[in-house]
Ligand binder design. Structure first.
Ligand code: ADP
Length: 515
């Protein structure tokens, strides 16, 4: 089966490679690859919306239509929930080893089809192919990781205080899991949730982001080929207009036991409120406002390297992207100059399918408009534009990589998540001031600090109210480590030893009497 899939794509790959080498973007893949679907996937079948409605998926770099998928609604979602509930009745009885084998196969298939899956990401999300390839490896890594984690789920035999009673704990799958995922990692944000759920013995109804449904549907094909039984992984696609009603049903359905969401804090709060009536377990990965602190003693090369990867990956559209650069006064001027130099040297704006591009478009024009508003706000409040500061002429969804100095905490770029290629730099004097500035937000996902002082590394890392802290490091995401936030950045953790899979398990206390 692995070979068969590879052969199918061979012709397409050759065409694409030729075009990319010549520096020309191409959309040929959309016609030729069987990983690009135009139907939703429920109970092992490729289906249309009951209404027959569809919507177009566009390439944010060019505005071209790259696919069309069903625009489903409440009735379609109810049906998917019923199917997932039915499938759960048998899937929960499968062994962890059986589920693990299927997830391992999914990992292999994903790696074998890495290039095709990466191209689908670039087509619908816009990120450069190299980054998209990296995302597939990261995303496939969750198939592998949870294949292993699932086999190590354990209960306990507890020392009983009663001579006639024995005490046990069992871990059991929680049930049908609803998932709503974002567009910035159209593959990995799905596998990070779904593979944990499947490894635990749960079934899934997933609504992917409207901008990037094709990657979700490609995962359905991979899972099907891997032998994951029908009804276990279901994907309901819909446009933005139907997202609130579909989301509401997923939260309110008594057949759904958990809602897992990655996206904005605003939507996360809506979902949590809607889940209250059924006392649903909520697993939330919400927005960040990451501080990136550089102390005078820092290794400047390391700090600039970390700043570049943390700020400009995915054109600044990740929830762990550095959002506020807080630089100590002694190193401030040098840091700004070196960051500007690195931006000139390393950043190339363009179509993600064109070789050499490092900065793709933002996800849509609305996102570029928001970034423009933030930069104008900063300029009007006294920020200096060191680089960029305007829309790019490459296309309507593009914004120039921008460096702003003299940024203050009253500006939108400091208060809100930028989600774009804009680095705003502010100056601080003391460690206490840096910690206060860094923690002065309701978000608490990721934070970064750079210092050569070992005691300061530990002290400040502990003081930061963030779920993830990069110390002299700008890239940290990996299946082995727990991902999640403090404060309004979320609830629960994804990945990591024990953490990610626990979200999808219930603990049962069993008391055996009459001994
Ligand atoms: P963004 O604005 O960057 O798209 P969102 O948090 O709005 O971030 O979107 C993340 C996901 O949440 C997407 O799948 C989107 O369709 C979904 N979504 C948006 N609004 C709602 C809602 N009211 N109910 C359920 N899902 C929603």
């Amino acid at each position: 089966m692995l070979t068969k899939l590879s052969t199918l794509y061979k012709t397409t790959s050759i065409l694409l490679k030729a075009n990319i080498v010549a520096g020309r973007p191409t959309n040929f893949i959309r016609m030729a690859s069987s990983l690009i679907k135009d139907k939703a996937f429920v109970n092992g079948e490729w289906i249309s919306a009951k209404s027959g409605a569809t919507y177009n998926v566009t390439n944010p770099a060019t505005g071209e239509v790259v696919g069309s998928v069903p625009d489903m609604g409440v009735a379609d979602t109810e049906d998917a929930i019923q199917k997932a509930y039915k499938a759960y009745q048998t899937f929960k009885k499968t062994t962890a080893k059986e589920r693990s084998e299927k997830l391992k196969k999914a990992y292999k298939l994903m790696m074998e089809n890495k290039e095709e899956l990466a191209r689908i990401i670039t087509l619908e999300n816009g990120k450069p192919l190299a980054e998209a390839n990296g995302e597939i490896m990261y995303g496939a890594g969750f198939c592998e990781w949870f294949a292993e984690e699932g086999r190590r789920v354990q209960g306990h035999v507890v020392a009983s205080p009663f001579p006639t009673k024995k005490i046990f704990t069992l871990k059991q799958p929680i049930g049908v899991c609803a998932m709503i995922t974002p567009w910035n990692f159209p593959n990995a944000m799905i596998t990070r949730k779904a593979c944990a759920a499947i490894a635990a013995g749960c079934t899934v109804v997933l609504k992917p982001a409207e901008d990037t449904p094709l990657s979700a549907l490609a995962i359905c094909e991979i899972f099907e080929q891997a032998g994951i039984p029908k009804g276990v992984f279901n994907v309901v696609t819909c446009d933005r207009g139907n997202a609130p009603s579909v989301g509401k049903l997923l939260c309110e359905s008594p057949l759904v036991s958990l809602i897992s969401f990655t996206g904005s804090s605003a939507v996360g709060k809506i979902l949590m409120k809607q889940s209250a009536d059924t006392v649903k377990k909520c697993s939330m990965e919400l927005g960040g406002n990451a501080p990136f602190i550089v102390f005078d003693s820092a290794d400047l090369d390391l700090a600039v390297k970390g700043a570049m990867s943390s700020k400009f990956r995915c054109t600044g559209q990740t929830c762990v992207c550095a959002n506020r650069f807080l630089i100590q006064e002694g190193i401030y001027e040098k840091f700004v100059a070196r960051l500007a130099e690195a931006m000139d040297k390393e950043l190339k704006v363009g179509n993600g399918l064109t070789q050499g591009t490092t900065q793709g478009p933002l996800i849509n024009k609305r996102a570029a408009d928001k970034v423009a508003t933030f930069v104008e706000d900063a300029k009007s409040k006294g920020a200096n534009v060191v680089r960029g500061g305007q829309r790019s002429d490459v296309g309507e969804s593009f914004y120039e990589p921008t460096l702003l100095s003299n940024v203050t905490s009253g500006m939108l770029v400091s208060k809100e998540e930028i989600f774009g290629p804009v680095a705003g730099v502010a100056k601080f004097k003391s460690e206490e001031e840096a910690i206060a500035l860094a923690n002065g937000t309701s978000a608490g996902l990721a934070g970064y600090l750079y210092t050569g002082d070992c005691a300061q590394q530990w002290r400040v890392a502990e003081a930061l109210e963030y779920g993830i802290v990069g110390v002299n490091e700008g890239l940290f995401s990996t299946p082995e480590a727990p991902f999640g936030g403090f404060k309004e950045s979320g609830l629960g953790r994804e990945g990591g030893i024990g953490f990610g899979i626990e979200e999808y398990l219930e603990v049962k206390y069993m008391c055996l009497g009459g001994m």
